[in-house]
Design a protein around this ligand. Structure first.
Ligand SMILES: C[S@@+](CC[C@H](N)C(=O)[O-])C[C@H]1O[C@@H](n2cnc3c(N)ncnc32)[C@H](O)[C@@H]1O
Length: 261
């Protein structure tokens, strides 16, 4: 049950960001575009955009494939997408843990920066493999451990609360894929360092994305002024000579193919 409650909170957090998401999503735009280059080069396919958000990439998928379905847990994200994207797209409000599709019916599941929000991850991989056709592809990106390490270690100087979500290591992912009935066709990991004018800029961007819910946080997540000040002082250790504040994102992207049963 705590996992379900967390997912409700994640949905709420992303929902509140539906209007600000597109202007805050420079990382997501970059990774999603790279992921597009991994798509199969044929159009007669049914493709699901899992965790479709505002539908920016769902729209591009719809221009390439016969049938495109956007799935998201946030009703507000979906209504933004429905208003702003191609009318050809079918939008479904659903939790990735319970995909509303019959077994062996989907050719490709595309998912950009979503599964880092999904815990336990092995269950979701099983669900994705259930709905994919044998030979179907799961093309995705996620974030690895070490992401936002500057923010995490700056908060660690202040208290022992969790302020940054847990990210899996590449070895964790490998162990999950090894147990599932799939094969890893391709993988890539890359460190992207984004630049911020100050720590408030970083915090605003995370809030603008809706990426500010931390499941294991004990309190309400609203640090007092003193704590915030201490954390930002500590973050100054990372400030570069040019004055910018870096934040590291460890991006992992891969293609899994569902094996024949
Ligand atoms: C960082 S956004 C990425 C949106 C989009 N893929 C993009 O590239 O812009 C993550 C999205 O995943 C959705 N999401 C998170 N957990 C989910 C779950 N369990 N099932 C379905 N969608 C989920 C959120 O509501 C949010 O819209």
């Amino acid at each position: 049950m705590p996992e379900v409650l967390n997912r409700i909170k994640i949905a709420k957090s992303f929902g509140l960001a539906s209007q600000s998401y597109d202007i805050s999503s420079r990382l997501q735009r970059y990774t999603g575009k790279n992921l597009m280059s991994l798509l199969p080069n044929r159009s007669d396919l049914t493709v699901v955009d899992l965790g479709s958000g505002t539908g920016f990439f769902t729209d591009i998928l719809a221009s390439k494939f016969q049938q495109t379905i956007g799935v998201d847990i946030s009703a507000k994200m979906l209504s933004f997408a429905q208003e702003n994207r191609s009318k050809e797209i079918c939008w479904l409000e659903a939790d990735a843990y319970y995909l509303p599709f019959k077994a062996n019916t989907i050719d490709v599941i595309y998912s950009n920066l979503v599964i880092q929000w999904c815990d336990p991850l092995d269950v979701i991989i099983e669900e994705i493999l259930r709905v994919l056709k044998p030979g179907g592809l799961f093309i995705f990106s996620t974030l690895l451990d070490g992401t936002l390490h500057e923010l995490k270690s700056s908060w660690a100087q202040v208290d022992d609360e969790q302020h940054v979500i847990d990210f899996k290591t590449q070895a964790d992912l490998k162990a999950i894929f090894d147990k599932a009935s799939c094969k890893l066709l391709e993988q890539k990991s890359q460190d992207l360092v984004l630049e911020y004018q100050n720590v408030i800029h970083l915090a605003r961007e995370l809030k603008g994305l809706g990426a500010n819910h931390v499941p294991k946080q004990k309190g309400k997540g609203l640090a007092g002024k003193d704590k915030w000040q201490k954390m930002t002082n500590s973050y100054q250790n990372f400030q570069e000579p040019s004055g910018i504040y870096p934040a590291t994102y460890k991006v992992y992207s891969a293609i899994l193919v569902k094996l024949n049963a």
